[in-house]
Design a protein around this ligand. Structure first.
Ligand code: HMG
Ligand code: MG
Length: 293
């Protein structure tokens, strides 16, 4: 099963305390040591919109060579900056709600797809592209989202050349039956591509949603964030992502090998929480830290 660690990007983008690039690098190195193989490391977005990740071009060349690193790019400018420092795995991001895309990237969904067409023309050979569909269940500005719209946007991204699609419960409000419903539509109506689920855990339903998603999309991968950090600055009320510790614990307990060392992962999480001046809160991280004492 593919697990994409989004802590260094989604986890940090919403944090107001400035984190030095070196601290981000130490966090990433500790995640790698824990056996994480795919990491969304940063964003080449406007530093005016997300100041925390303004150091993307400084961080990228410092990353270790081994695991697969990816970065968010919103427009041609972001793509140029990313290509310049050697990024090969890109994540473009839109949503199933115009109200959200307007707040998040100052574009309608249609405008975002046009922008992506232009930026994807700059794709280097051998690159890989993820397409995010945010607000796949509910929008903080426009309410419930029609699953048909989610599939329509996802198929548009596949048509643009995305190699994988990640469906985001951006504000962490969905429950398992809604996830089951969308996952069934994904299984039948989405054009061939790899599927990921990206659950924020605002209401504690993320882990239940993982297992609901696996019923209809058993080959899907999952996004998660060490220590459950995360949130989108343009999605009010959104809490952190599903904690990677909680995901790893539950999968391993269900007999799915993740290759991730929970004790080492908890150490990685503790290091970034320390930098943020925050105490651990994910259940599996607390349990792993208690077991280590
Ligand atoms: P805009 O203000 O409409 O853009 O923002 P603009 O073209 O008018 O540019 C404004 C200024 O930014 C200009 O500078 C540009 O050069 C600069 P100025 O002339 O004023 O000095 N600029 C850039 N600089 C560096 N890199 C760039 C870039 N682009 C413009 N790429 C824009 C449009 C898309 C840039 C902006 O809205 C933006 O950066 N938004 C990103 C917001 C964001 O990162 N949100 C969080 C990520 S999405 C998320 O968290 C959801 C997800 O986790 C899934 C889920 O949970 O559902 C993925
Ligand atoms: Mg997110």
């Amino acid at each position: 099963m593919r697990i994409v660690e989004v802590g260094p990007r989604d986890g940090l983008q919403n944090e107001s305390v400035p984190i030095p690039t070196q601290v981000k690098l130490e966090f990433i190195n500790a995640l790698v040591k824990a056996g994480i193989r795919e990491i969304e490391a940063t964003s080449f977005v406007s530093p005016k919109w997300v100041p925390q990740l303004a150091d993307a071009a400084e961080l990228w060349p410092m990353l270790p060579p081994a695991p697969m690193f990816s970065a968010l790019v919103p427009n041609v400018r972001g793509m140029q900056r990313a290509v310049e420092v050697g990024v090969k795995r890109f994540a473009i991001f839109t949503a199933a709600s115009d109200a959200f895309t307007q707040k998040n990237i100052n574009m309608t969904i249609a405008e975002s797809l046009d922008a992506f067409r232009d930026l994807l023309a700059l794709r280097p050979a051998g690159s890989w592209v993820r397409g995010y569909v945010s607000t796949a269940f509910e929008c903080p500005y426009a309410g419930k989202v029609d699953p048909a719209k989610v599939i329509e946007v996802a198929n548009a991204l596949v048509e643009l050349g995305c190699d994988e699609i990640s469906f985001g419960d951006t504000i962490g409000v969905a429950g398992p039956s809604e996830v089951r419903q969308l996952a069934k539509r994904v299984a039948t109506d989405l054009n061939p591509t790899e599927v990921f689920w990206h659950f924020h855990d605002t209401n504690g339903t993320a882990l239940a949603n993982v297992f609901a998603a696996l019923e209809a999309t058993p080959n899907a991968g999952f996004d998660a964030s060490a220590a459950g950090l995360g949130g989108c600055p343009y999605a009010p009320g959104a809490a952190g992502n599903l904690a990677t510790e909680d995901l790893v614990y539950a999968l391993e307990r269900e007999g799915v090998a993740t290759g991730i060392d929970l004790a080492q992962l908890s150490v990685a999480s503790a290091s970034i929480l320390n930098a943020l001046g925050r105490a651990p809160s994910s259940k599996a991280q607390l349990a792993a830290l208690a077991a280590a004492r």
